[in-house]
Design a binder for this molecule. Structure first.
Ligand SMILES: [Zn+2]
Length: 483
């Protein structure tokens, strides 16, 4: 049987590929999208939809720009992805700064985890179990089965709608066409993975979890906690349960499956503990409370746990602009743990914000010599250089990162800023255009490219590149307007 959403998906893909507007597509005999052979959407088309989805996500919600947090979620995600059923699949992981307990897998392997979910976990294995579950939804291609939609959506509208449904937002930025589609009920109101989908994601996710040496028991444990939290607190179930319904039967099922793996003592990585402390500071609106909380923890647990509490406390002081309290705490941590990059980066950042620019830059510089492969330090160093007016040096750091991370809007914005300061206007506008584009702001992107075009009038090579991009952006805007 030809299911309506199959038609919608192949249409939106063909719209992008060929811009064809002819009818009769419904008569085409389509292969079943759910048969996990990947025959309906080619990998390239799936990546196109994924990138458009990601642009909508950035437009609709706030993604953590902190380079250390980005590197952490990327590392844990890649560790799991590399032992999943599709080890070579290009997964992308990111953290949404939102207190709701939620995680989701979009098209093209874009997996988002809310900061609220990370803070709700009590072990790294619990966090890994959610990511492994999401990875399994991707490898089993469940999203394409769940996104039932009989409307003919263009690619940008489908991407925006998927983003709105998965994040649970209907923000004004969701895109007019997406909101209208949702409100008019012409697309399904929710993404509902079926019970079979959930069961499969649990069982395959658990295999991944076990292969990557996390504790499989943490999966039923965490899901049970989610279920209980909705029962006891009465403020509605966590967002995660909206798209991934957890039943007692499912928990029992997962528990009995986890028994097969035997017991395993897994220690949380220091990175997990430090990132959690940082997220707590970043998401707390009252730093006085955070300061109190970490002060209490200072005397508890292992030496490592005390260090983490000290780090959290110092970060909270930093956030509260109490640099004379923060700097000595960071300094002690660096002396005790010279091999821990988080501490030295935090020290350099506090020195900078505290007005000690020279000391800060020197600290960053020695940190890079110590940890040359860590892009997060380079980014923070580059930003400090930029803010000290050393645009050329900052640019060198950013361009090293750019070789590895090609799609960060934040990085493009920073590179644009360095070009502005070195007087290269065309390059500046061009990079700013990419930043806006990745954030889903197509009008601003087009405006910047038009400015770049004017500024590059004597550079034929650059002009050609700009005009090619402009062409594409104009086409995308046209499609977005059609909805
Ligand atoms: Zn699920």
């Amino acid at each position: 049987m030809l299911r309506p959403h199959l038609v919608a998906l192949i249409l939106l893909i063909s719209t992008l590929s060929s811009q064809a507007e002819t009818g009769n597509e419904q008569d085409i005999n389509l292969p079943n999208i759910g048969d996990s052979t990947g025959t309906l959407i080619s990998p390239i088309q799936e990546q196109q939809l994924g990138r458009a989805f990601m642009r909508s996500v950035r437009q609709q919600t706030s993604i953590s720009q902190d380079p250390e947090i980005r590197d952490y979620i990327d590392a844990i995600g890649k560790r799991l992805g590399s032992v999943s059923d599709s080890p070579t699949y290009p997964f992308h992981f990111f953290i949404v700064m939102n207190p709701a307990i939620n995680a989701f897998a979009g098209p093209g392997g874009y997996i988002g985890v809310h900061s609220g979910l990370i803070l709700a976990t009590e072990s790294e294995s619990e966090l890994a179990s959610v990511i492994a579950h999401e990875i399994a939804h991707v490898t089993q291609r469940h999203l394409y089965q769940a996104f039932e939609d009989s409307k003919r959506l263009s690619l940008p509208t489908a991407a925006a709608t998927l983003a709105a449904l998965l994040i649970g937002s209907q923000s004004p930025e969701a895109g007019q066409a997406a909101i209208m589609a949702i409100q008019a009920g012409s697309v399904q109101h929710q993404i509902n993975f079926t019970r079979d989908n959930e069961k499969e994601a649990d069982s395959i996710g658990m295999q991944t979890l076990a292969r990557s040496n996390y504790d499989p028991h943490s999966m039923p444990l965490f899901f049970e906690k989610l279920q209980q939290s909705s029962r006891f607190y009465g403020k509605g179930p966590p967002e995660f349960l909206r798209t991934h319904p957890v039943t007692s039967a499912r928990i029992a099922d997962t528990r009995s499956r986890s028994e097969k793996y035997g017991y395993r003592q897994v220690t949380d990585s220091i990175d997990y503990l430090l990132v959690k402390a940082k997220l707590l500071v970043l998401s707390d609106k009252n730093s006085r409370n955070t300061i109190k909380l970490f002060k209490k923890r200072l005397t508890r647990g292992t030496s490592e746990q005390k260090d983490v509490a000290q780090y959290g406390l110092a970060l909270a002081f930093h956030k509260n602009e109490e640099f004379s309290n923060a700097i000595p705490l960071f300094r002690k941590l660096v002396e005790k743990n010279p091999q821990q990059p988080h501490y030295v980066t935090a020290l350099a950042a506090a020195l900078f914000e505290g007005g000690e620019h020279k000391k800060s830059l020197a600290t960053y510089k020695s940190a890079i010599e110590h940890f040359p492969a860590l892009l997060s330090i380079r980014q923070s160093y580059g930003e400090a250089l930029l803010r000290s007016g050393q645009a050329k040096k900052a640019q060198q750091q950013f361009l090293v990162i750019d070789r590895y991370i090609l799609t960060s809007p934040e990085l493009y914005r920073l590179i644009a800023r360095t070009y502005k300061l070195t007087g290269e206007a065309a390059q500046s506008h061009r990079h700013l255009a990419e930043s806006y584009y990745l954030n889903g702001r197509i009008n601003e992107a087009i405006r910047q490219l038009t400015l770049a075009q004017k500024a590059a009038k004597n550079d034929f090579y650059l002009l050609t590149q700009i005009e090619e991009r402009l062409d594409l952006f104009l086409k995308i805007r046209k499609m977005m307007r059609k909805g």
